[in-house]
Design a protein around this ligand. Structure first.
Ligand SMILES: Cc1cc2nc3c(=O)[nH]c(=O)nc-3n(C[C@H](O)[C@H](O)[C@H](O)COP(=O)(O)OP(=O)(O)OC[C@H]3O[C@@H](n4cnc5c(N)ncnc54)[C@H](O)[C@@H]3O)c2cc1C
Length: 175
């Protein structure tokens, strides 16, 4: 009987307070170490090898973007980003680099902030999957899909034979 009472006293006075102390100390240490840019455990840094294919090829995420002015501004900036990316893509990409670009384009088509544009773009991608075998192939592909959007919006088509003059790769001194 005395043994049970002694054990109960030790449990309440020693073991439980000790566990509570260690638990709160661990929590506060964890919170101090949180770095918003450090998601390496949940999100592998070597993305293209570990990328979740379901995430890359899923449905459009964003809602409709009604405002025509914002839609046009967003479009101009986005095309600039895409064409410049292609202009600086390696001439002879590795398998990893090809996978990275392809994955980026599919994710871009999911996350593009204009939902209705993204849906149209996904339909274009179904017929015309990204070409990532070289800088030239990627640049020509982006030019061609931009022209498909241009046609649908009744805009002038771009002469894709001049794409390398319009979007410079900047590959000389600074690269
Ligand atoms: C993926 C995507 C899908 C879109 N879908 C829609 C949509 O469904 N509905 C909608 O209203 N808007 C959509 N937009 C926006 C639309 O394409 C235009 O960006 C927007 O209407 C502004 O047009 P803009 O005339 O200023 O020139 P933009 O089409 O934005 O082009 C910018 C500049 O790029 C150059 N350029 C034009 N064509 C090409 C080409 N083929 N290759 C290389 N350079 C070129 C020209 O110098 C042009 O001034 C989409 C944009 C993107 C990125």
């Amino acid at each position: 009987m005395r043994g049970i009472v002694g054990l109960t006293v030790i449990t309440f006075l020693v073991i439980i307070p000790t566990l509570v102390y260690f638990n709160s100390s661990l929590n506060s240490r964890y919170q101090e170490n949180i770095n918003p840019l450090d998601y390496t455990e949940e999100f592998p840094t070597h993305l293209s090898e570990n990328v979740d294919q379901n995430s890359v090829h899923g449905e459009v995420i964003m809602p409709k973007l009604g405002n025509a002015t914002i839609k046009a501004e967003l479009g101009r900036s986005s095309w600039k980003l895409l064409h410049t990316m292609m202009a600086r893509f390696p001439e002879r990409p590795t398998k990893d680099q090809k996978t990275a670009l392809r994955s980026f384009i599919y994710l871009f088509s999911r996350l593009y902030p204009c939902g209705e544009c993204a849906k149209e773009f996904q339909m274009i991608l179904e017929k015309h999957p990204p070409q990532v075998s070289s800088r030239e192939a990627a640049s020509q592909w982006a030019c061609a899909v931009h022209n498909i959007v241009n046609r649908r919006l009744l805009k002038e088509e771009f002469d894709c034979s001049t794409i390398a003059d319009r979007y410079k790769c900047g590959c000389a001194a600074e690269s």
